[in-house]
Design a binder for this molecule. Structure first.
Ligand code: ARG
Length: 459
């Protein structure tokens, strides 16, 4: 017999480099536990349905336990000649238990096997990612609580716009992360169907029980169409899309931290343990972690593009192209998980320079909108108020003063409605406190949101 499980119809051996090119073992070996779990469920079902004997089942279960032990102790040698995790394990099982091992693959194909293993593996990874996302949310909620009243400038176009609270800013990311978790959760629901029993593409002639294997593996039920089940990689694309969006959120956050840590902003200081120095410039402390997280986002999005492109021209059903799916999705999830971990560990150590934030919020005319609102309350139509404040800002720029430093003469020269009392009443504290409604930046609103998040995240 040929050394390959599929070697029967071949006359000459596989080219040496082709063997390497064809193999996926270096990528898919990490699914060994899922492969063994899938085989156990399949073997139980084969026995229950009278397709293999109880004796064979017992041999298979014992053999699979041994193989699992070998893998976990590091004894097991995965070989490229056996291509992938499925054939490496099956071959070792057969070495150990003989004929019973050869019966395991009855009513099964690597096509439904790999689809099953991948779903099981990614289900587990999704659950782990969800825990990481929830953890980072908790970390940010705690920080938001501490900084519910910390005033900083809010930006649009990266120009000073209106004062906001740091707590409010941080909670914006908690919202984004919540939608990210929702996307992973939704993808998980759809991927949790069992392809096992679809066999190569058309199903099998044996009297299998797909409900049984689906249930044993914790799936919500079997997939409904065998052709779809072995060729569907939507679940991978969905996870990559969810990962890409989450990475984009972390990347935006990273960009802000990098700006905030610069000498020009000086808003925050990241802990030493999460920064590095320069080998030539002794003064440097670089925000490498956020930079790397921002950088990895490109790689994660690359995975999504790779997978969409790989699948787009494929006819039904299985095609070998699909073997590339795991490289893309494993790497993306690894990088995202690591990024979430770094953020979760780094953020509690971030030091906030409240004075610098306050100073920045107090300059750059961040209270201009509020002055216009005051004029509106005195009966001036908003468009006119906007014009009056615009002129006031122009005056202040020339005079090199802030709005609240305008005297009555300067006010009267601009418009009869404008008074020194109005401009002197402007304070960044009043600006943020006044935005007191659902979704507003007022410290009281931030506190209310923090309370709601703490409750929600406890569940
Ligand atoms: N290693 C393969 C993959 O990852 C397993 C399925 C192979 N099926 C086949 N008919 N060659 O896609």
């Amino acid at each position: 017999m040929s050394s390959k499980p599929w070697g029967g119809r071949f006359e000459s051996p596989t080219d040496e480099f082709v063997e390497l090119f064809n193999a996926s073992i270096n990528v898919d070996a990490r699914m060994y536990a899922e492969d063994i779990a899938g085989s156990r469920a399949h073997a139980h079902m084969l026995c229950e349905q009278g397709i293999i004997s109880r004796e064979d089942l017992n041999d298979i279960l014992r053999g699979l336990d041994d193989v699992l032990g070998e893998i976990e102790s590091g004894e097991f040698e995965f070989t490229v000649a056996l291509e992938d995790v499925h054939m490496n394990i099956e071959s070792r099982l057969t070495d150990k238990i003989g004929d019973a091992g050869k019966r395991l693959h009855t009513a099964r194909s690597r096509n439904d096997q790999v689809a099953t293993d991948t779903r099981l593996y990614l289900r587990r990874r999704t659950d782990e990612l969800l825990i990481r996302i929830r953890h980072l949310q908790s970390v940010l909620v705690k920080l938001a609580d501490e900084h519910a009243g910390t005033i900083m400038p809010g930006f649009t176009h990266l120009q000073t716009a209106q004062p906001v609270t740091l707590g409010h800013h941080l909670l914006a990311y908690v919202e984004m992360l919540d939608r990210d978790a929702g996307r992973f959760f939704d993808a998980r629901k759809r991927l949790n169907r069992s392809p096992l029993g679809s066999a190569a593409l058309a199903g099998t002639t044996f009297p299998i029980n797909r409900e049984m294997t689906a249930e044993a593996l914790g799936f919500d039920g079997p997939t409904a169409n065998s052709l779809d089940a072995v060729s569907d990689r939507d679940f991978i694309i969905e996870l990559l899309a969810a990962a890409s969006i989450c990475a984009v959120h972390l990347s935006r956050f990273s960009e802000e931290l990098i700006l905030w840590m610069s000498a020009q902003f000086k808003f925050v200081e990241l802990p030493d343990a999460f920064c590095t120095g320069s080998s030539i410039m002794p003064q440097k402390k670089n925000p490498d972690m956020p930079e790397l997280v921002r950088g990895k986002t490109g790689r994660i999005i690359g995975g999504l593009m790779a997978m969409l492109t790989t699948v787009k021209g494929l006819p039904l059903a299985y095609n070998k192209d699909m073997q590339e799916d795991k490289t893309a999705v494993f790497d993306a999830l690894d990088q995202l998980e690591a990024s979430l971990r770094v953020f979760g560990d780094m953020m509690p150590g971030m030091q906030v320079n409240k004075d610098a934030m306050y100073r920045a919020a107090s300059s750059g005319f961040a209270t201009a909108t509020d002055l216009a609102d005051t004029l509106v309350r005195h009966g001036v139509p908003f468009r006119e108020a906007h014009e009056i404040v615009g002129k006031s800002v122009a005056h202040c720029i020339k005079a090199d003063i802030e709005l609240h430093k305008m005297d009555q003469a300067a006010c009267s020269a601009i418009d009869e409605h404008l008074t020194a009392d109005m401009v002197q009443a402007l304070s960044v504290e009043a600006c943020v406190a006044a935005r007191e409604h659902i979704g507003g930046t007022a410290p009281s609103q931030v506190k209310a949101q923090v309370k709601a998040w703490k409750k929600a995240l406890k569940q």
